[in-house]
Design a protein around this ligand. Structure first.
Ligand SMILES: Cc1cc2nc3c(=O)[nH]c(=O)nc-3n(C[C@H](O)[C@H](O)[C@H](O)COP(=O)(O)OP(=O)(O)OC[C@H]3O[C@@H](n4cnc5c(N)ncnc54)[C@H](O)[C@@H]3O)c2cc1C
Length: 330
C-alpha cells in the first residue's frame, strides 16, 4: 500500500517522486497526462537575471543541489538531460554605466568570466558569465514518468497522504483549495539555425539557448491576463524579433509553444502542509523550477519523513500564516 499519492507529474511531482524513491518510501501517482509548463520550459538555470542583473534567490545553494540531483538521476536512467553551459549577458551602451559595475564588482562578479570582444552584436558589450545550465525538462519528466510507470496504476491509495503538485492548472482550478496566484503565460520558439553556431546561452531582454543539432530555444513572453496554452500571433512576432536580434536573420521555426508558469510570489516555491486543510502542497515554482525543484522536493520529503523544519521562506505554513487571511476556504 502506498504511503503517499502524488497528484501531478511535472517538475515538482517528478522531483518529489525521486526523493521518496531514494528514501525507499512507497508512493503512487495520479497524473492527468496533460502537458503542463514543464513540457514548454526551456529549463534555463542562470545566476544573474532580469534587467537589473540581480542574483537569483539563494542561487549557489539551490544550484549545487540541482546539479547533484540531475546528475544522479542521469546515472540512474542512463540518459542525459542536464547541460551546464556558459552564458553571455549583452549590455547596451545605454545600460553600460548601470549594469557593468554590477557584473564586474558587485555580488554578480562571482560569476564574471570576462568580456567577449569579437561578437556579432553592434552597440553591445558581451559579458561572459559562469554557473548556468539547461535542463531538458520534458526529457527529464518523460524519463521519470517511464521509470515510475508501474506506480501509476496503484489504485490502492487508501490511507495514502496526497501530495498536490498540480502546477498552474492546480492553482487556477483551486486544487486542492483556493490560493491567490500570479500565474503568467509564456510563449517560446524552437528554431533551426545552422549558421548561428552559438554554444552559449545569450540574454538581453529575451534569451536564446542552444539545444543541440543546430537548434535553439528562444524565449519568452510574459502575459498575465489570458491564462491559456495557445500560441498567439503577437507572441510569435515578439519571439521572431528576439531570434533575429540575438541569433541572426537566418532561422526556420520548428515549434511555437505556450504554457503557464505556476507563480504564487516571484520565484519562491511553497512547500509543506497548508495550515487549515493540512494538505501537502508543492507549487509556485515560477519561472525557475529547474533550479528550485530538486532542493525543495528534498526538503519536503525530509519534512514529511523526519519532521525536519522547513525553511520559513518556502514553508506553506509560514506563507499562509503571514500572507493570507484565514477565511478563503471556498
Ligand atoms: C514559456 C515558458 C518558459 C519557461 N522557461 C523556464 C526556464 O527556462 N527555466 C525554468 O526553470 N523554468 C522555466 N519555466 C517554468 C517551468 O515550466 C516551471 O517552473 C515548472 O515546469 C513547473 O512545474 P510543475 O510541476 O509545478 O507544473 P507543471 O509542469 O504544470 O506540472 C503539473 C502537472 O500536474 C497536472 N495536474 C494538475 N492538476 C492535477 C490533478 N488534480 N491531478 C492530476 N494531475 C494534475 C498538470 O496537468 C500538469 O501536467 C518556463 C515556463 C514557461 C511557460
Amino acid at each position: 500500500m502506498s504511503r503517499y499519492r502524488i497528484h501531478g507529474l511535472g517538475l515538482a511531482g517528478c522531483t518529489v517522486a525521486w526523493h521518496l524513491w531514494q528514501r525507499g518510501v512507497t508512493f503512487s501517482i495520479a497524473d492527468d497526462d496533460q502537458p503542463g509548463s514543464s513540457h514548454v520550459a526551456a529549463g534555463i538555470v542562470q545566476p544573474v537575471t532580469g534587467k537589473n542583473a540581480t542574483i537569483s534567490w539563494e542561487y549557489d545553494h539551490y544550484f549545487s543541489q540541482a546539479d547533484a540531483f540531475y546528475r544522479q538521476v542521469e546515472v540512474q536512467l542512463q540518459t542525459s538531460f542536464w547541460h551546464p553551459l556558459e552564458s553571455l549577458r549583452l549590455v547596451s551602451l545605454a545600460d553600460e554605466k548601470k549594469i557593468l559595475p554590477k557584473l564586474t564588482r558587485g555580488p554578480a562578479s562571482a560569476y564574471f568570466l570576462g568580456e567577449l570582444h569579437d561578437h556579432p552584436w553592434p552597440g553591445m558589450r558581451a559579458i561572459r558569465l559562469r554557473g548556468a545550465a539547461r535542463l531538458d525538462v520534458a526529457a527529464f519528466v518523460d524519463a521519470t514518468k517511464n521509470f515510475f510507470a508501474s506506480s501509476r496504476n496503484d489504485e490502492d491509495a487508501t490511507g495514502a497522504e496526497n501530495i498536490h503538485c498540480g502546477g498552474a492548472k492546480g492553482l487556477i482550478a483551486h486544487h486542492p483549495r483556493v490560493w491567490p496566484h500570479r500565474c503568467a503565460k509564456g510563449e517560446i520558439l524552437t528554431v533551426h539555425a545552422p549558421t548561428w553556431q552559438q554554444s552559449r546561452l545569450v540574454s538581453a531582454g529575451a534569451w536564446l539557448v542552444p539545444i543541440g543539432r543546430d537548434c535553439y530555444k528562444i524565449g519568452a513572453t510574459y502575459e498575465w491576463d489570458h491564462l491559456d496554452q495557445h500560441p498567439t500571433d503577437e507572441g510569435r512576432a515578439w519571439l521572431e524579433n528576439a531570434a533575429a536580434r540575438l541569433g541572426g536573420s537566418e532561422f526556420s521555426v520548428l515549434r511555437h509553444d505556450a504554457g503557464i508558469r505556476p507563480i504564487v510570489r516571484k520565484s519562491q516555491p511553497i512547500i509543506g502542509r497548508e495550515p487549515l486543510s493540512q494538505s501537502i502542497v508543492f507549487n509556485g515554482l515560477g519561472s525557475k523550477g529547474s533550479l528550485y525543484a530538486p532542493a525543495c522536493a528534498r526538503s519536503l520529503v525530509a519534512h514529511l519523513l523526519d519532521s525536519d523544519a522547513l525553511d520559513p521562506s518556502i514553508s506553506a505554513a509560514d506563507y499562509f500564516a503571514r500572507k493570507i487571511p484565514l477565511d478563503w476556504s471556498s
